[in-house]
Structures are given as C-alpha cells and as structure tokens.
Design a protein around this ligand. Structure first.
Ligand code: ZN
Length: 134
C-alpha cells in the first residue's frame, strides 16, 4: 500500500458540511460527485498529499444513512492508494482479511475501489483505491 489517499467522513448534509470544511481547512471544495451505485453524494478537499471525502447519503436506506443512524456523523473510512488493486486484494485475502467485494468497483474521483470488512481490521473500514488511467 502507498500513501493515505483520502479519509472519508460521513455527514448528514453536504450543504451544511461543505462550508464548514472550507472554513476548517481554509481551502475550497474542488469537486462534488454522486455515485449512484453506492447511493452517496461526495465532496472533495485537497490537503497536501491527502484528500478529505465528505459522504452524504442520497437515499434514506443507503449505507451512509445507516452508518449515521448507528454511529452518528464522523470518520467513516481510510483509503490507501495502491498500484495494483487486484494484486493487493489477492494479497490481503491470502492474509485472511475479508473483502467486501470480489472484484474492484468503480468509485468516486476516477478510482477503482474495494473495501475490507471492519471486523477483520480492528473496526476500521479500509478502502483500497487505484486511479483509473485510460
Ligand atoms: Zn473513499
């Protein structure tokens, strides 16, 4: 795994949290994007080498809505950049970690992504991400 690519934070409302994080980080949100398959609206901030990804549920039954119901707003996942996501998924599976999908999925911000089940990672949801190069 390479650097921490971004940290995902679950929020109830982007219209409230985007200006809040703009003030907090003293930088403008540079991108918003909806990911239909994951039922999320996302907003991105760049802070040095790392990004902050705010996640708002676009559906009351979505994973982010359910996360906030259970745990409240706050840190949702840490995403590590990898050079070869399929190789990294194989390596982690062989090490005994549980992956949440068999194949990489299309995520926000032009990435192929895969999550590891938090039950095998000390309760932290870990995302692997690889930039899509075309
Ligand atoms: Zn993410």
């Amino acid at each position: 795994m390479q650097k921490v690519e971004h940290i995902g934070i679950a929020v109830k409302s982007l219209s409230y949290s985007v200006p809040l994080f703009e003030q907090l980080l003293n930088t403008n949100c540079y991108k918003t994007e909806s990911v239909e398959s994951e039922k999320v609206n996302t907003a991105f901030f760049r802070q040095g080498e790392t990004k902050i990804e705010l996640l708002e549920s676009s559906d009351p039954e979505g994973v982010i809505a359910r996360f906030i119901e259970k745990k409240g707003e706050g840190m949702h996942h840490i995403a590590f950049e990898v050079a070869d996501i399929e190789a990294e998924m194989d390596r982690l599976k062989n090490e005994g970690f549980t992956l949440l999908s068999e194949k990489p999925k299309r995520g926000a911000d032009n990435k192929m992504i895969c999550f590891l089940h938090p039950k095998t990672t000390n309760g932290i949801l870990i995302e692997l991400c690889q930039e899509i190069t075309t």
